[in-house]
Design a protein. Sequence first.
Length: 193
Amino acid sequence: MQGAFALHQEALHRCGVESVQVRNADQLLSCDALIIPGGESTVISKMLKANCLEAAFAAAVQNKLPMLGTCAGMILLANEIEDGTPDQTSFGAIDIDVTRNFYGRQVDSFESAIELNVPPSIASKLETEAQLHAVFIRAPGVSRVGDAVEVWATYDNEPVLCRQNQVMVSSFHPELIPEDDRVHQLFLAVANQ
Ligand code: GLN
């Protein structure tokens, strides 16, 4: 409904996976997995309400639909948003709390190498104990990590890529680095587990 969905579709296409843009409950029901893109979490939250998708989305979380939330998408999937707007909803798909704009405002956006540390059993053919180039745009931070959550990458000792069962979240925008689809491939591995 909002945000950087087109580039995610291109990344999925490169990974050999078909995707649709989800704007209503029927489209959501037709999916085996869902990516909630970066953008503006308060707007996505409002649009879910305005398009009567909130209940269907909450049901998809309840039914354990595999989900990847990047940046604003991570905020939507968190347990608690420490500085959300009063009308903003988070869906508790992964046991983390988040702080919006943790790394500062738009002008403080940055790119950096981050350290991936993913168990090789998840995707043995990928380089998962290596660096990854990450783009942070008004990125959220993870202020609490629940016991069941695995931290798969850090930047400056802060978790920036986390996974709990069928849900993965990143503070950064993996779709902006088209020459490296490892985050999407990892998500497909998680979704297929
Ligand atoms: N700061 C935005 C928010 O609060 C997220 C930014 C992004 O997705 N690039 O939703």
